[in-house]
Design a protein around this ligand. Structure first.
Ligand SMILES: [Zn+2]
Length: 504
């Protein structure tokens, strides 16, 4: 269906079928070939083939007037980050065939000023002044947080947070909470990502799906996001902070058990005694155990502490048959998480301005950080909702979970037995469990099952099969071929019901 000059991260992520054919240097595109990447829809009989072109981030011209400015931009209804090349640079690269090239859609700076455009010609070819792979990576890695703020402000802020964080174990709880509330006020003033919902990344996907469907002249097949005909995923996780939480696990486990849910329990290896009988009994009930650091003292992932502590964390993982990691206080860094050596990490949030390390990957879906599957936490944490923000009920949880369900995403919940004596949390959690207990569209999965599925999905491709399509690879037994047309990602995923997905 598509041929590409280079690998295309967006197609790889959604498993849209395409073939990479590195262009010959003597082709007509040689002039701009050093920078320009291209995917071409194979023409249907009687139609001209159409191409989508972009500037490869890894091959960007050195001159900034051609490469563009790394920054925060708006296109349609979403915010994105990346290098965006100005119109003059695109004009210089438009030596390709095609007539009537014009800047069809405006890309704006944060202040609303038009700075660049999406270029189109009369034959339906499209030229993006940015690299979609860079855009996706800057969301996933939270790399956008380094953009557009002065280095001095960033380092002062990081130092203040580190000071609070390292001092925390010694502070009385009331002082900790007061500090957290003060940070909460500061952090909620941050313009991006929005909270409790930030749709920019998924709106970006939806827009790119629409562009792609336009090239193809019809719906584009992709590998469905969830197995077994399910249209979204619901994943329950718990971090057990202290011995008190370890004692009180049943406050959260009992209501799950009563409603047929399974969940994952992340333990802090050296902070309290974890007995093998508890591990066996949880696993016997279908639950999962994960690793929540070694001491939970703010140092588990810091420099030499991490190197010293990793072998002990792995030892706990091996004893508990754990394959997943949740960082204490969601402390995380893109260059660190894959070094932990776990099958999956669940330390990123989609959006959370209230954590000691605020930010968010903006994703309701899993993604890869090198060989580690990242499973973002996508509902606000119990402590944030009920203790810091003093919500009275689960209304915000239900609204956000409903939104993610409608987007076909993954609702990944994090609650702590340590806080479950708070009746608002206990009641709120039961309301959440009740709301989706009978939802047959939900894949109620453990995080390790989601990570394993995401690997099978990434190792599978869609192949033409007569007039239709079939899945080749380890997802072939439970996966589905879905189709994305025009409209938003939300719309296309809403329609990713059996009518839009061919059963396998
Ligand atoms: Zn914790």
């Amino acid at each position: 269906m598509f041929k590409a000059s280079h690998s295309f991260a967006f197609f790889d992520y959604f498993r849209i079928p395409y073939e990479v054919r590195t262009p010959q240097q003597e082709s007509g595109y040689a002039g701009a070939a050093a920078f320009v990447r291209m995917v071409t829809a194979v023409a249907r009989p009687g139609q001209a083939s159409r191409s989508l072109m972009w500037i490869g981030a890894e091959a960007r011209p050195a001159a900034q007037n051609l490469a563009g400015q790394l920054g925060c931009y708006r296109l349609h209804n979403f915010t994105f980050f990346g290098h965006v090349a100005p119109d003059a640079a695109i004009l210089a690269m438009l030596q390709q065939p095609g007539r009537g090239w014009h800047a069809a859609e405006s890309i704006r700076a944060a202040d609303g000023r038009r700075v660049a455009g999406i270029w189109r010609d009369t034959d339906g070819n499209v030229f993006l002044p940015f690299d979609p792979a860079e855009v996706m990576r800057l969301f996933w890695s939270e790399g956008y947080r380094d953009i557009g703020r002065s280095a001095i402000a960033a380092s002062c802020r990081a130092a203040a947070l580190r000071g609070y964080y390292l001092a925390r174990p010694a502070l009385p709880r009331s002082v900790q909470l007061a500090l957290r509330r003060r940070f909460a006020r500061v952090q909620s003033a941050s313009p991006f990502p929005g909270w409790p919902i930030e749709d920019s990344l998924h709106d970006f996907y939806g827009w790119l799906f629409a562009v792609t469907a336009d090239l193809a002249g019809g719906p584009v097949p992709f590998l469905g996001l969830w197995p077994d005909g399910r249209s979204w995923a619901l994943v329950l996780t718990h971090d057990v902070e202290t011995a008190a939480g370890y004692r009180d696990m049943d406050l959260l486990r009992a209501p799950e058990r009563a409603r047929g849910y399974r969940s994952s329990w992340n333990f802090v290896g050296a902070r309290y005694q974890v007995d093998s009988e508890t591990v066996r009994s949880l696993q016997g009930a279908g639950c999962e155990i994960g690793v929540h650091g070694l001491w939970h003292d703010g140092r588990d992932l810091v420099g030499r502490f991490m190197d010293e502590r990793l072998p002990a964390m792995w030892e706990h993982a091996s004893r508990w048959n754990a394959v997943g990691f949740r960082s204490p206080a969601t402390h995380r860094a893109w260059e660190l998480m894959h070094r932990l050596g776990f099958d999956y990490d669940s330390s990123y949030t989609d959006t959370d301005p209230y954590e000691p390390q605020p930010g968010g990957c903006c994703s309701f879906l899993p993604y890869f950080n090198r060989n580690t599957v990242e499973l973002p936490i996508t509902l606000p944490q119990d402590h944030t909702l009920f203790t810091i923000l003093q919500h009275a009920d689960a209304d915000l949880w239900l609204r956000k979970a409903g939104h993610i369900r409608d987007c076909g995403g993954m609702v990944l919940v994090l609650t702590h037995p340590d806080y479950a004596h708070d009746q608002r949390l206990a009641d709120g959690y039961q309301t959440l469990l009740d709301t989706f207990a009978d939802d047959i569209t939900a894949w109620r999965a453990l995080p390790r099952e989601v990570a394993a599925w995401w690997r099978r999905r990434a190792a599978s491709t869609i192949l033409a099969n007569g007039d239709g399509w079939r899945i080749d690879g380890p997802a072939s037994d439970t996966g589905r071929v879905c189709f994305a047309g025009d409209g938003s990602m939300t719309d296309q995923l809403r329609s990713a019901s059996p009518t839009a997905c061919a059963g396998q």
